[in-house]
Design a protein around this ligand. Sequence first.
Ligand code: MN
Length: 375
Amino acid sequence: MYPRSELDSRIRRLKRWMGRRGIDLSLVNTPSNMLYLAGTSEAQLLVVPLDDDPYLVSRYAFGDEIARERSPYHVEVQRPFYGTSGREVVNPSVYDLIAERHGDAKRIAVDFLSSQDQVEKVRKRFKRGKKSAAIVSMDDQLRRMRIVKSEYELGLMKESASIAMRAFESLEIRVGMTEREIANLLEFKMRELGADEPSFPTIVASGANSFNAHHVNTERRIGEGEILLIDFGARYKGYCSDMTRTFYLGRPPDNFSDRYEAVLNAQLRALDFIRDGVPMERPDIEARKVLKEHGLLEYFVHSLGHGIGIDIHEFFRLLVGRGGKLQEGMTVTDEPGIYIKGWGGIRIEDTVIVGKNRGIPLTEKLSKDPDYFRR
Ligand SMILES: [Mn+2]
């Protein structure tokens, strides 16, 4: 079970925000937000009344038992009855239950304001006369809360990184294997080592396919004298890791080694700036400067990194032109890459904690030697 004290302090923080904004009820249904606030995503709705304890509404046999095991909060069960004729069907919406209990709510915060039909369902039930409760978004508040990780969360992310690295190290990759085969093996190993699942579908890009930053794996067989790029991560108890390694199978030609060196230097340079108080665009700018010195700037066509946690891509990007400052305890990826049409791509990525003096990589123990498979 998720530690109660962690969740209680998050709920308290949410309630302080609700109090300031005159919000008397919060409704959460995005799985990642629910996990963050209640320790489980096995429910239809998390309900946080300003003046009462939070509780979950979960469906009978479709998560209610799991929610009870994982969350310290009360689980209200929603159970349909279908009978044997259409007249007997009783299947009240979760929003009926909420409206019955909190019918006098005047200002409701939801994390699904962009979902028109769900908002309409809430609006319909919180109508008295011609007036309906005001419905506002809580997305910004939840983003602010989730952006800096607690020690407990960092512990889960470290384990997720460790699982991914150990899985990779146990792989025996041989020339002749297909991209899909390698991805399947890696994902199997991560699960075997305790991962809930891969944090996203593993990318194995060989040869010219390495040009595709988000390659979709094929039956292509890897061969000598080729680039092999592998981008992967594990999810552990809800928390993600994300890393990329690029290799050369066989003796690398100079143009590969030089370009690899440049990307690696850019990645390490950026790491020095992933620290408390630095503008979020700075690490990206520093990485771009290094690539510029090597004449590779035009091939770095994405941001240096992104927030990571319960979601693989969380709020904010490390990108030139973006505002905001880094704060100790945030978690980001550091992943410069170059993509040269007709030749291929090189990306090196680690998951990193924003530290006091420099970034603390969680995934760097896995060698960045591009000759890894010939050791
Ligand atoms: Mn990434």
